[in-house]
Design a binder for this molecule. Structure first.
Ligand code: CU
Length: 114
């Protein structure tokens, strides 16, 4: 399965449930070292240190692009115009994927026959 970038940004991410566990955008409080989670500027000692950031787990492709289990996390990373990502199905099953940018409304199913 090859997914192509187009005029918007997308990801192709397995499984579909990743839409609930891997946010595309995260919010945080800038501190020395790893930043800490914050829901709003009010959570920060200095409100100007509140940040909205892209989640690197959503942006980067996974090292493996093989579909071996419907529950295994596989991610194309960010797809933009002119880019593509290829997944290789290695085991039969029903694989549900989602776009982490657009959420569960942008999803699909691949059925791999045995
Ligand atoms: Cu999308």
């Amino acid at each position: 399965m090859r997914v192509l970038g187009n005029f918007e940004i997308h990801t192709a991410t397995f499984p579909k449930s990743a839409a609930a566990t891997v946010p595309f955008i995260t919010t945080q409080f800038e501190v020395p070292g790893p930043d800490t989670a914050a829901n709003s500027p009010a959570d920060c000692a200095a409100p100007t240190d509140f940040q909205i950031a892209f989640n690197s787990k959503a942006l980067r492709p996974t090292a493996k692009a093989t579909l071996t289990s419907p529950s295994a996390f596989r991610n194309s990373g960010l797809l933009v115009w002119g880019t593509s990502h290829t997944f290789v199905a290695q085991r039969p099953g029903t694989y549900r994927f989602v776009c982490l940018v657009h959420g569960s409304q942008m999803s699909g199913i691949i059925r791999v026959a045995g």
